[in-house]
Design a binder for this molecule. Structure first.
Ligand code: ATP
Length: 453
């Protein structure tokens, strides 16, 4: 590791101490800042691994308020930086407060080069280890397609399907529970297609009132209905040259289903109140969390439309069915939200991992993302606990020892046989196919003599 890659920032307002500290750290490229503004600028510019921070900085050189403000700001900008707080007075409460606020270590003046050098070297070692561990975790969160974290066989199959359908113009139907990533997959299909230069226009058929949906989709001419004061293009037209994503297609009102079917077959639209046919070149992707077969059986969904939109159907498995994905996603969201909120959280506790694996995730990836975000915001410790995520503590899922299982079965069988024979030893031994001495031996082993008498 060259000196260039090992940067240490000294935040100190006393010019004499600045000089002393500058020559103190042989192994580091040393940068100096005298106040909050300079410190922040250096952290942003040079991204040091270690900072030594004097708590007594202007405009409060005699106190600690500015020093603590700088500490907070540095850790907000870069939570992984190791900050060693250097304090002139020996108030233990400052040291405690500094560590509570995320400082790596503290050092009491007067400065002894050798000791401080050791402190900085240890801090740097830890910084390296943590960075490597983070990088390894990041690499391990496999993204088979941009933005899609997955390593389970179930999701890898989905990703392979996406790669196959993306270059075609086939209409795709994405099925899966809410929050499984249908919109994300629709985007991936668009991005991987020849239409990626065009727009992906999404419309949620369940979110727009029925009366407005037709004009929202197909547009309207001026005067088509009360309130149509000007001509308006619909989302289908906006998607021309790109991809149209019809989310929650299962909720499309029955009356509109015929119009959509006509558009899918003929690839032309007429705006509401218009009589001109407009040709549209668009690829269509639909999604729903509903069971369309049931909707068809209930008379809520047109069978002919179903066949038209499901040229290729891709089923997104629920998160609980994806082996190992929940933890991968949890780590990815942890990284994302630690960066977003400047929280120096290092990972998940062992019981948190198990709690994540055991939970059934009814809200799928969206729920996991929400819980990780909340956990990062609320956590006080460096490792997230199940409570931080609002999850129950995991149940023990260790396999029982074979001998315990055998013993249990043996005792149950003895009791059953004794029950059948009314406690008669000779009959019980016969029933079990063992000798009477063996039976006595087993009753003693399980403390069941009483049950036999
Ligand atoms: N495999 C994944 N990797 C990373 N992020 C994911 C993954 N799957 C889903 N997400 C994220 O989870 C959230 C929910 O995903 P999305 O909106 O695509 O789900 P959906 O199935 O369309 O939900 P709904 O049916 O409620 O519309 C989004 O923030 C999305 O980015």
């Amino acid at each position: 590791m060259s000196k260039k890659d090992k940067r240490l920032l000294v935040v100190e307002d006393d010019p004499g101490l600045q000089r002393q500290l500058k020559w103190c750290f042989d192994d580091f490229e040393v940068l100096v800042a005298s106040n909050r503004q300079e410190a922040v600028a250096e952290v942003k510019r040079a991204q040091p691994s270690v900072v030594t921070l004097d708590l007594g900085l202007p405009p409060d050189p005699g106190g600690v308020t500015e020093g603590f403000a700088v500490l907070t700001e540095i850790l907000r900008l870069s939570p992984s930086i190791k900050v060693v707080v250097v304090t002139g007075n020996d108030a233990r409460e400052h040291a405690i407060r500094a560590v509570e606020q995320g400082a790596h270590d503290f050092y009491l003046k007067p400065i002894q080069s050798e000791t401080l050098n050791l402190v900085a070297a240890r801090a740097y070692d830890l910084y390296r280890l943590e960075t490597e561990s983070r990088q390894r975790r990041f690499k391990a969160s496999i993204m088979p397609l941009p933005g899609i974290v997955a390593s389970s066989p179930q999701m890898l199959k989905v990703c392979r399907a996406v790669e196959k359908v993306a270059p075609t113009d086939a209409t795709v139907l994405l099925l899966g529970e809410s929050g499984t990533g249908k919109e994300l997959v629709a985007r991936a299909i668009h991005e991987q297609s020849a239409r990626s230069g065009g727009q992906l226009v999404a419309i949620n058929c369940a979110a727009i009132p029925e009366t407005l949906l037709e004009s929202e989709l197909f547009g309207h001419e001026k005067g088509a209905f009360t309130g149509a004061t000007a001509q308006k293009r619909g989302r289908v037209e906006y998607a021309c040259g790109g991809t149209l994503f019809l989310d929650e297609i299962g909720d499309l009102p029955f009356a509109l289903q015929a119009k959509l079917l006509r558009f899918l077959q003929e690839r032309v639209i007429e705006r509401v109140g218009g009589c001109v046919s407009i040709e549209i070149d668009v690829r269509v992707i639909c999604a729903t969390h509903q069971n369309l077969q049931t909707r068809i059986a209930e008379g809520q969904f047109r069978e002919d439309l179903y066949y038209r939109i499901s040229e290729i159907a891709i089923d997104l498995p629920a998160l609980r069915e994806r082996e190992g994905d929940a933890l991968q996603l949890a780590h990815r969201f942890l990284e994302t939200y630690c960066c977003a909120y400047g929280k120096p959280i290092k990972g998940l506790r062992e019981d948190t991992r198990r709690a994540i694996e055991q939970y059934s995730w009814p809200g799928n990836v969206r729920e996991l993302e929400g819980r990780m975000k909340r956990g990062v915001i609320m956590a006080d410790d460096k490792l997230l606990s199940p409570e931080d995520l609002g999850l129950d503590a995991p149940v023990k899922d260790e396999l029982p020892a074979l001998r315990d299982v055998r013993d249990d079965a043996e005792a149950q069988l003895l009791l059953k046989a004794l029950g059948r024979t009314g406690g008669n030893m000779a009959q019980t031994a016969r029933l079990l196919g063992i000798t009477r001495p063996t039976l006595y031996g087993l009753l003693d082993k399980h403390g069941l003599r009483g049950a036999a008498d």
